[in-house]
Ligand binder design. Structure first.
Ligand code: SF4
Length: 462
């Protein structure tokens, strides 16, 4: 990932009907930590029938000590890891959000970004709603509350009515005293999978988290689907008459963990295939190939297999350095890259190298990598990118907010190549991105400006 790493909003995990549910949710959230490090929280159903929440800023291991929830007897819990692209980074915006009603409590966690946030907030405020955070994720709870009838409280019916008013990207989990609802937007932007755990169930943003607690993966939640898990088992229905399958392409390319499967395709396998296709589309005569850790490594395996170039370890990642985006200016950011990645001089010296990375955002990291490899003695540096040029903002939960920060929005491929100082540069085609996942559709709006949803006033301002 070049430049400021792209950040995704967020990871969700829930357990229904299993012992020590909250402890299991913590394990699941730890497996989803790559999806958000800003804050995390867990909501549990207490014996009193109320739902309580504990949350904090930072990593799961920092917010929750190992003994947290060790003796908690509850069988029902949901949790969240956050990297907010909507709202600020303060504790108020950390999820779960718990809604206390006279009939019953319910708790909500959300991965994604609601595209018609401003419109819905204005309507809700006119109806007297007071928002307690600046996060868009709170909207579903208020809508469901307004749409639920007095005696029954939140039901699948009121939830589906609320979901129909929301446009954009969402994977929601909603916990009530006797139900867990798992809902995915009608475009399928963000992944969500369900698994079996003894007599209970677990639901999570990625299958890696289901595996982490020993759950058996059953399937993906479908776009537009609401899965209702109750004491009698699970039922499925759709809140939207029409649905598509425009999963965010960046889930395969960059965000998801390589051991996760999304919609029948393993993420590592997708990246290997993208590397093979990248060689077919943009071959180059060289001595070796290697990937920029982490996601570039799987794709470099594919490029190596297709090209017969030796797969090497030309760049080493220091896992114990903070991420480059925390550096406040360009010069310090460059230093951050050098601290995070190191070329292996004895491997690259005098060699023509192919370097595989997942994307180029600002161009700063690529420029720095090329410079470091030249300083280490590489003779030629050919950069190959496993996605198309990033040119447009994202309104679905990834923090590409303006075109101004995207180098490919201002420069063509040759200009970007000259800017970063590589001997050659090539990007994977959009057709190649689809082929790698054996798919006919993905959201690729940040590459091609074709947004699956309507664009709202909020979107236009970004
Ligand atoms: S616009 Fe880009 S980052 Fe956003 S959901 Fe679509 S593919 Fe993913």
């Amino acid at each position: 990932m070049d430049g400021k790493p792209l950040r995704e909003e967020c990871g969700v995990f829930g357990v229904f009907g299993a012992e020590k549910a909250a402890e299991k949710v913590l394990v699941g959230l730890s497996a989803l930590q790559h999806r958000g490090q800003e804050g995390c929280g867990v909501a549990t159903l207490e014996q009193s029938g109320r739902i309580t929440v504990r949350k904090g800023l930072g990593l799961v291991s920092h917010v929750f000590p190992t003994e947290a929830y060790r003796d908690h007897p509850g069988h029902f819990a949901i949790g969240h890891v956050r990297y907010g692209t909507s709202g600020g980074g303060e504790l108020d915006n950390v999820q779960p959000f718990v809604f206390h009603r006279d009939i019953h409590d319910f708790a909500v966690v959300h991965n994604g970004n609601i595209a018609n946030t401003e419109e819905l907030k204005i309507q809700l405020e006119r109806m007297g709603t007071l928002f307690r955070s600046s996060s868009d994720s709170e909207i579903l709870g208020h809508l469901a509350h307004h749409l639920s009838t007095g005696k029954e409280g939140l039901t699948a019916h009121s939830l589906k009515r609320a979901l129909n008013l929301i446009d954009g990207a969402f994977s929601f989990l909603v916990l009530t005293p006797d139900r867990l609802f798992a809902c995915r937007d009608k475009y399928g932007f963000r992944p969500l999978s369900i698994g079996r755990l003894g007599d209970g169930y677990a639901v999570g943003s990625e299958t890696c988290a289901l595996h982490a607690i020993g759950a058996r993966v059953l399937r993906d939640i479908q776009p537009g689907e609401v899965v209702e898990i109750g004491p009698e088992g699970i039922t499925s229905s759709f809140f939207a008459a029409e649905h598509r399958n425009t999963l965010c392409a960046m889930e395969y390319i960059y965000f998801a963990r390589p051991d996760s499967d999304i919609e029948g395709v393993n993420v590592h396998t997708y990246r290997v295939e993208s590397g093979k296709i990248l060689f077919r589309e943009s071959p180059v005569d060289a001595d070796m190939v290697f990937g920029v850790p982490d996601s570039g490594i799987s794709s470099a395996i594919g490029y190596s297999r297709a090209s017969d170039l030796p797969l090497e370890m030309g760049l080493i990642k220091n896992f114990y350095v903070g991420r480059t985006f925390i550096q406040p200016n360009q010069a310090l950011r460059m230093t951050g890259v050098r601290m995070k990645l190191t070329p292996v001089s004895s491997v690259v010296k005098g060699k023509r190298v192919v370097v595989i990375d997942d994307s180029i955002v600002r161009g700063t990291t690529s420029k720095q990598i090329v410079r470091m490899l030249r300083d280490a003695g590489a003779k030629e540096i050919h950069l190959r990118i496993t996605s198309a040029p990033l040119r447009h903002p994202c309104f679905y939960g990834v923090d590409i907010s303006t075109e101004a920060e995207l180098i490919s929005a201002r420069m063509d491929v040759d200009e970007v190549c000259r800017y970063i100082g590589a001997d050659s540069l090539a990007f994977l085609s959009e057709a190649g991105m689809l082929e790698a996942g054996r798919r006919t559709e993905l959201c690729m709006a940040c590459f091609n400006n074709r947004y699956p949803t309507a664009l709202y006033s909020h979107s236009g301002e970004q």
